[in-house]
Design a protein around this ligand. Structure first.
Ligand SMILES: NC(=O)C1=CN([C@@H]2O[C@H](COP(=O)(O)OP(=O)(O)OC[C@H]3O[C@@H](n4cnc5c(N)ncnc54)[C@H](OP(=O)(O)O)[C@@H]3O)[C@@H](O)[C@H]2O)C=CC1
Ligand SMILES: Nc1c(N[C@@H]2O[C@H](COP(=O)(O)O)[C@@H](O)[C@H]2O)[nH]c(=O)[nH]c1=O
Length: 607
């Protein structure tokens, strides 16, 4: 799950938070330059590391006359080869003592791996500057903690170093591992749509002829893009029309797998893509399509994969499972439209050639998307323009680079709600359905609570949800509202209570107590406090989550829940964290309500 807070943004105050060793602006400028260099180095292995990240490392020190000197540089060549940090400390030897290591990304710190952390420690590195934390939950923060435990000073960009000077460096680090961030966030490979079009927006003449629209220089650039990808995808029509090779002919380097998506399998018997001597080809089709042709392809060494229904989403999920990090779509407009509509395209590279071909029926880069107004157009983010020979390369993101910082609410809010949570280090614990591992945190869990009813009489509410829904109608002198309250009290399940309360609120908003919006958080907090104080196992379960951010994983409820992509306010999670914080500072939690006034004040303070 992604909590995209928008890409490449810094907190609004750009005041530098910097450690004593880095406080001068010239040191920050060095930090920024070296971290950028680490990202450049990491980029050298693009295409080779799937599904692992790209790592670069620069080690710099201050010489006797006070000058900064780089004592070593390196990058991870490919998956399974010596980590960048190890290579550099080995090469730089004694010069590493007291030096600073710049890493574009927090290293893996897994048991059994050749360990970057121990290499840096043993080499005598004094300080480590890290571009971004590891985006994968199980690795996030591990190396940072381990290095700090060993006494090294660790500065993470955007956390310990937050200022304009390092902004570019951080951006480079995010971009160089953008495929990993998208992969981790969307559970599909990072996906780029590339096409070449004429100035009048055609990707071929009306005859279908397309070679060539872009210049030789642009096409050589495409070879490089292919080399950075793990797979290149085209549709059946492009195979029939162009007979492409889809190889990266830029002198060595990585070759991506070639993928054809064809439902009909009405493909030519002779095609460049069926020659798999240099690189493999996969044909993706629908179950049962032209079995004889499937056999024929298999005899040529072409792998055929059948799907129940062939569409870009299932193909991308399949490629994710096969370990692809990055995929290049080089199809025509029909398949491109289908891929964009399915939400699997993250970036676009459009080569625009200064040519006009015309033709009413000449194809364009993206087919039907079903949009009717210009306001619906998809706008690219972080757009770049670059002249390549006579052509213009326009590129940009269709979806922001995901920020996987596991924080809901925001970094600033988190410590205000629960000071025990260190926002950058925290893991997220999601809860939602009652059968989930933390299902007892749900309002729907069947843990009766004793709290006064509308008459002030002690009442056993079957669940927090019963209490919450009923309180929408408390204090109203209306027979329908009173009846609804009674119905909620006697409803057989929390789901039923929720259904009655929500329906009534929707159909008769005038029968909901007028102060509901301002008291609902208090009502919920009172019920939660009672529930978690009443049941010792729930108290300990809540306390056991100390240090983690709690998120109600409701995709629809954007007030109490975190939403599908972290867009929700997560008030239920916030209240539980607030309660946990209160329990932690109170050695003997109980259901006594004498502290309630104080709690209410605290609740009011929530942003
Ligand atoms: N200038 C450029 O950058 C490029 C130009 N071209 C040009 O574009 C033209 C071909 O474009 P176009 O016809 O759009 O071809 P596409 O490459 O988009 O192929 C469309 C075909 O993809 C297959 N397909 C499989 N699943 C799907 C799906 N879910 N949705 C849509 N298609 C699916 C079908 O193959 P099947 O019919 O076999 O079932 C379909 O006919 C050619 O003239 C070619 O030269 C192509 C690529 C790039
Ligand atoms: N016509 C066109 C492109 N077309 C794309 O390139 C494929 C051909 O690749 P190959 O056989 O490896 O050279 C073709 O099928 C289509 O996907 N690309 C471009 O950069 N510029 C162009 O003008």
């Amino acid at each position: 799950m992604a909590f995209s807070l928008g890409p490449l943004k810094f907190p609004s105050s750009l005041v530098c938070r910097a450690t004593p060793t880095t406080s001068s602006s010239s040191s920050l400028a060095f930090d920024a330059a070296y971290i950028k260099r680490a990202a450049e180095l990491a980029d050298m292995s693009a295409g080779f590391t799937a599904p692992h990240p790209n790592y670069g490392c620069v080690i710099a020190t201050t010489s006797g006359n006070g000058e900064r000197v780089v004592v070593g540089e390196g990058y991870l060549y490919a998956q399974g080869t010596t980590p960048a940090e190890l290579q550099v400390v080995e090469a730089a030897g004694e010069s590493c003592r007291g030096a600073t290591a710049y890493l574009n990304m927090e290293p893996n710190h897994c048991l059994g791996d050749q360990d970057a952390v121990s290499a840096l420690v043993q080499a005598g590195i004094a300080r480590v500057v890290i571009g971004i934390r590891h985006p994968l939950q199980h690795l996030r923060g591990k190396a940072v903690r381990a290095l700090r435990n060993e006494g090294l000073l660790v500065d993470v960009l955007g956390e310990d170093l937050q200022c304009k000077t390092v902004e570019e460096g951080l951006k480079s680090c995010l971009l160089v591992n953008a495929p990993l961030l998208y992969r981790a966030s969307c559970q599909v490979p990072f996906s780029v749509l590339k096409y070449a079009m004429t100035l009048d927006g055609k990707i071929a003449a009306s005859s279908g002829h397309a070679s060539w629209i872009s210049s030789k220089k642009s096409r050589t650039r495409v070879f490089d893009m292919r080399g950075r990808s793990d797979a290149v995808i085209v549709g059946g029509n492009t195979v029939r029309r162009d007979n492409p090779r889809l190889t990266a002919r830029h002198g060595g380097g990585h070759l991506p797998q070639r993928i054809v998506m064809s439902k009909s399998l009405d493909l030519p018997e002779v095609a460049n893509l069926w020659d798999v001597t240099e690189v493999s080809t996969l044909v993706m089709t629908q179950r049962g399509a032209k079995k004889n042709f499937q056999k024929y392809l298999a005899s040529k060494g072409v792998e055929v994969v059948e799907f129940e229904i062939l569409n870009p989403k299932v193909v991308m999920e399949y490629l994710y499972d096969r370990g692809c990090l990055s995929v290049l779509w080089e199809c025509g407009g029909t398949l491109a439209a289908s891929a964009i509509s399915s939400g699997v395209v993250h970036k676009v590279h459009a080569f625009v050639a200064p040519k006009i071909i015309g033709g009413k029926n000449a194809p364009s880069p993206v087919g039907e998307l079903g949009m009717v107004e210009m306001s619906q157009a998809l706008e690219l983010i972080d757009v770049h323009y670059e002249q390549v020979g006579p052509d213009m390369l326009v590129s940009g993101f269709l979806q922001p680079v995901p920020d996987l910082t596991p924080v809901i609410p925001s970094v600033d809010e988190t410590s205000a709600i629960d000071p025990t949570v260190s926002p950058y280090e925290a893991s997220i614990i999601f809860f939602y359905k009652t059968w989930d591992p933390y299902g007892s945190f749900s309002n729907f869990s069947l843990h009766p609570i004793q709290l006064p009813d509308e008459n002030g009489d002690n009442y056993s509410w079957p669940s927090v949800e019963h209490y919450y829904q009923a309180h929408k109608f408390v204090g109203l002198d209306d027979p329908v509202a009173k009846n609804c309250l009674e119905e909620i009290k006697s409803s057989k399940s929390p789901e039923e209570a929720a259904r009655i309360g929500r329906r009534m609120q929707r159909q008769h908003p005038n029968l909901v107590r007028p102060d509901w919006e301002s008291v609902k958080i208090d009502v919920m907090y009172r019920a939660l406090k009672c529930k978690f104080s009443t049941y010792p196992n729930l108290t300990s379960m809540l306390l056991s989550t100390a240090g983690s951010v709690l998120v109600e994983a409701s995709p629809h409820d954007l007030f109490w829940g975190g939403g599908r992509d972290g867009e929700g306010l997560n008030y239920l999670g916030r209240l539980l964290m607030q309660l946990r914080s209160e329990f932690l500072s109170d050695s003997a939690p109980n259901a006594d309500d004498t502290s309630l006034r104080h709690d209410e004040n605290q609740v009011q303070k929530l942003p």
